[in-house]
Design a protein around this ligand. Structure first.
Ligand code: TXA
Ligand code: MG
Length: 319
């Protein structure tokens, strides 16, 4: 029997029993549990095979619940929350004492957002606690954008995935922290840098390093298919370097004709970056399940969501 269900009642009952379930959000599906249950939170880390130094995002039902989670909220954080919640913006703020160390991996800060998804907002409204939820994929693997992706990863371990359809945004939230009240970008995501800067002024980017990442989503190998993947500005030129291999291609808007291509994913024939972002992970899942010798991905325009897509593709190619 499938673990996919659309019963919010069942989801509430399982969460109240300190179990964890898959939940839909507008970005990607999450593995959710009660932030105050150490049993649930430990299970999330174990199921994801996630290192304990990598903290989780707390999901709350509305901005008014923020003061229970965080304190000393910078003015620009409040402006961003006002502009983008519910939505794909995660704020890293000083945590309230009550937030368990297990959730924040011992940090004094907590990552928090209000997801924009009707089922999950309905679920949060039935619960007496917020939900900690990392993306519902094993550590390092491609994030899930459908309930089926989650079930494929965790069929044996998870009692339920709440079905919310395909994720509208399709790429994780943008993570913003603060230094002296000024915004710092920790992770590129579904809101572009331009979106953030329009509200909060110029944003400093943290260049990631693998040793002590500010947000471990910045670890360079992440979101990776098992199939060897290349990223290139010129797919045709790269194709010529292969002979009779089975090749999958992922491109922005224009398809390519070549006998070596056995599967082609065109993310947005009309050239719309938001549409391309929403299709990216599902396309990578399909390519990765197609027994190809390799995947060649096209580099996207380096602005707006194109920057986020390039970031994920770069990580997908890292070994
Ligand atoms: O769109 C999303 O954000 C999805 C959905 C489910 O909400 N969640 C998600 O969670 O992407 P996850 O765990 O895959 O990524 C959370 C990122 C990690 O890179 C983690 O290091 C970072 O947030 N993070 C969490 N708490 C943090 C903190 N206190 N300081 C810095 N980074 C933090
Ligand atoms: Mg993740």
């Amino acid at each position: 029997m499938s673990i996919i269900s659309s019963s919010i009642e069942k989801a509430v009952a399982l969460l109240n029993q300190e179990q964890i379930i898959g939940i839909p959000t507008e970005t990607v599906y999450g593995l959710a549990g009660n932030i105050y249950s150490s049993k649930a939170i430990e299970r999330i880390y174990a199921m994801k095979k996630r290192p304990f130094f990598n903290p989780l995002i707390v999901h709350i039902k509305s901005a008014t619940a923020l003061s229970e989670i965080a304190r000393d909220i910078p003015e620009k954080a409040a402006l961003l929350a006002e502009a983008f919640w519910p939505g794909p913006l995660t704020l890293v703020l000083n945590k309230q004492i009550a937030i368990p160390d297990l959730v924040t991996a011992g940090k004094d800060t907590v990552a928090v957002r209000v997801p924009n998804h009707p089922e999950t907002l309905a679920l949060l409204n039935e619960l007496a606690y917020p939900l900690a939820a990392p993306s519902a994929n094993p550590f390092g693997a491609i994030s899930p954008t459908t309930a089926t992706h989650v079930a494929d990863y965790f069929e044996k371990e998870l009692p339920m995935v709440l079905d919310g359809g395909a994720c509208q945004r399709g790429i994780e939230s943008t993570i913003i922290g603060f230094e002296n009240g000024e915004p710092i970008l920790y992770r590129l995501g579904s809101l572009s840098v331009e979106d953030i800067e329009a509200v909060a002024g110029s944003v400093k980017m943290i260049t990631h390093d693998n040793i002590a990442p500010a947000a471990p989503g910045m670890l360079s190998k992440h979101y990776a298919p098992l199939t060897t993947t290349f990223l290139t500005a010129d797919v045709k030129k790269k194709l010529v370097t292969f002979e009779d291999q089975k090749i999958g291609v992922l491109v922005f808007r224009n398809g390519i004709n070549d006998p070596r291509i056995v599967q082609q994913e065109i993310l947005s024939p009309s050239g719309n970056l938001a549409e391309a972002a929403s299709q990216l992970y599902a396309a990578l899942h399909r390519l990765d399940n197609s027994h190809l010798d390799c995947i060649i991905a096209e580099r996207f325009p380096d602005f707006g969501l194109g920057k986020t897509i390039n970031d994920r593709l770069k990580r997908a190619t890292q070994k």
